[in-house]
Ligand binder design. Structure first.
Ligand code: SF4
Length: 346
């Protein structure tokens, strides 16, 4: 009960703070649900600053649902290159096809219908419905969980689904009529003031009078995060094969991690010099020169790649790989972030 009272008290100061302090962002210029949808999907796991360039490029190329529904997968993945979590892009396209067929290209106008689309979970449906249509539904992400946990001094683990569910249910009960501004305000306050790492800037916070974590001097102990992700570790040797300004790439499998993207040929272990030579032989390639160029660690949500790259100048090409001009590699082939570090060495 006390939680609900405190949450209710948050609404007015948050809405006011947001209206006076919100950042100008391209998707905030109008309440177009397509723009909000694309931005929300890009912002999952990625910071606003990093998203801005991608967002503008994406919208320039695919300005509406129809264009997204009809885009070729390779072009879509190229537009998404560097953002990671490529299934987000594939789901955007799948959902756009459904919107095109079922809703004549107009985004569904409520939370429940949005939730039925691929790639749209409770958070995204809540964000689109509240920001575009002012529907009174919460949009609970990590920022929101942190701010609310601190205000009500919750010691529940925010990494547990049941904590998120509980907060979502409570927020549903106190949503103000400016639902979009409230949700965006909570998220932005979490990003800019009630910071995740280090001291929050409580003296600038509109909730400082009611926040229990501040009152009890416990802001750094909240939110509680206990669940730990265990990542599988894998090793890789990456071959940057070069023949007369052409580089070898290959398309990854149709399913699984980084499906359908392009990669530099690689093997699942750290190779000795002898092993390098044997592998080149298996690929029917004659090496002129081999140079070690780079080590790189790439972290996905459940697996970590420990990678080492070798540049190999070869005397011939083979049919196993696609051999592309360097410029083509930049413009046409979607290379995921795990390999883009190596591309810089080409
Ligand atoms: S007063 Fe401090 S800890 Fe409480 S919500 Fe505001 S910034 Fe976060």
């Amino acid at each position: 009960m006390q939680d609900l009272v405190l949450m209710k008290k948050m609404t007015e100061p948050i809405v006011k703070w947001y209206q006076e302090n919100k950042r100008e962002l391209p998707w905030r210029k109008e309440k177009n649900p397509y723009l909000i949808w694309v931005s929300e999907i890009m912002l999952q796991q990625t910071r606003i600053e990093a998203v801005l360039g991608y967002y503008e490029r994406f919208l320039k190329s695919l300005p509406n649902v129809k264009d997204l529904a009809e885009v070729e997968e390779e072009k879509l993945l190229k537009l998404w290159e560097g953002l990671g979590y490529y299934n987000r892009a594939r789901n955007l396209k799948k959902a756009a096809q459904i919107v095109q067929e079922k809703y004549a290209g107009n985004m569904p106008r409520n939370y429940e219908q949005l939730l039925e689309l691929p790639g749209i979970g409770e958070y995204t449906a809540g964000a689109i419905a509240s920001i575009s249509y002012n529907e009174k539904v919460p949009a609970v992400d990590g920022n929101v969980l942190r701010v609310v946990s601190r205000v009500v001094l919750s010691k529940k683990d925010v990494l547990e689904t049941k904590t998120k569910k509980e907060f979502t249910e409570k927020l549903k009960q106190i949503m103000p009529k400016q639902a979009g501004d409230f949700n965006e305000g909570l998220m932005e306050l979490g990003e800019r003031i009630c910071l995740p790492n280090g001291e929050p800037i409580c003296e600038k916070c509109p909730l400082q009078e009611i926040c229990l974590a501040k009152k009890e001097n416990l802001v750094l102990d909240i939110p509680v995060r206990n669940a730990k992700v265990k990542r599988k570790k894998e090793q890789k040797t990456v071959f940057l094969l070069e023949y007369e300004n052409q580089i070898a790439v290959r398309k990854r499998e149709k399913t699984g991690l980084l499906a359908n993207l392009y990669e530099f040929p690689n093997v699942d272990k750290k190779c000795t010099k002898k092993e390098l030579k044997d592998i080149l032989k298996d690929w029917n390639l004659e090496a002129k020169e081999i140079q070690k160029v780079e080590t790189h660690r790439h972290i996905f949500s459940h697996v970590e790649w420990d990678m080492v790259g070798f540049k190999v100048f070869v005397e011939n090409i083979n049919r196993e790989f696609v051999w592309v001009e360097k410029q083509e590699l930049l413009e046409k082939y979607p290379i995921p972030g795990a390999f883009s570090k190596f591309r810089e060495k080409m």
